[in-house]
Design a binder for this molecule. Structure first.
Ligand code: C5P
Length: 205
């Protein structure tokens, strides 16, 4: 069974994808981490994330980089959103994601284009969303717990910019697949979101 979980930044899709993987006993891939690794690697060598060929050469990042704690920072998220607009970068990461999705038994993948591009034949597709205010508040709390200090307003601005880039890029923009179940978590806590996601997958199967 392949489960595709898409949605904007800080919608709760990562938490939901992890919980679905645990519930259904499937391996999980956070595909945002791949774009984060590319963005991080470009910056590490003083490159420009907006330059398609510099970004492309960073797609051969070492696997160990995926475990690096700096990949989770807001700064790296911004770099990821820049490198992810380049069609060459998306192509280079496509096979890796499709190989993961094709494992015997299936997998859960979360990202922006899983249900639309990476696994259009997924057995269950979820589009997880929430208001920008709710997402900013969650991100602010997460960052405060990690010791990163940003104001709520800064985070909200950053989310809007990233939504805009993700929705308006030419290659694989963030869109809702026609056969996806839209799960709005604005008014749901973590447990209620997970329960709703499990129900949606069971319905879709
Ligand atoms: O989900 P996460 O915040 O880790 O993703 C970082 C950035 O990577 C996103 O803002 C998005 O631009 C990009 N991304 C993407 N396609 C995916 C996953 C992430 O374009 N499948």
């Amino acid at each position: 069974m392949i489960i595709a979980v898409d949605g904007p930044t800080a919608s709760g899709k990562g938490t939901i994808a992890k919980a679905l993987a645990r519930h259904f006993g499937l391996p999980h891939l956070d595909t945002g981490l791949l774009y984060r690794a590319v963005g991080y690697q470009v910056a590490l060598y003083g490159g420009d994330p907006n330059d398609p060929s510099e970004a492309l050469s960073a797609t051969n990042f070492p696997n160990e980089l995926l475990g690096h704690p700096d990949l989770r920072s807001e700064a790296t998220g911004g770099l990821a959103s820049r490198v992810s607009v380049h069609p060459g970068v998306r192509r280079a990461l496509l096979q890796r994601q499709q190989a993961f999705a094709g494992q015997p038994g299936g997998a859960v993948l979360d990202g922006r284009d899983i249900g639309t591009v990476i696994a259009p034949n997924a057995d269950a597709k979820l589009f997880v969303t929430a208001s920008v205010e709710a997402r900013a508040k969650r991100r602010w709390q997460e960052m405060r717990d990690r010791g990163e200090s940003h104001t709520l307003l800064e985070i909200e601005d950053d989310l809007r910019r990233r939504d805009e880039r993700d929705q308006n890029r030419e290659t694989a923009p963030l869109t809702v697949a026609p056969d996806a179940f839209v799960l709005d978590t604005t008014a749901l806590d973590k447990d209620a979101s997970i329960a709703a996601a499990i129900d949606a997958v069971l319905e879709a199967k």
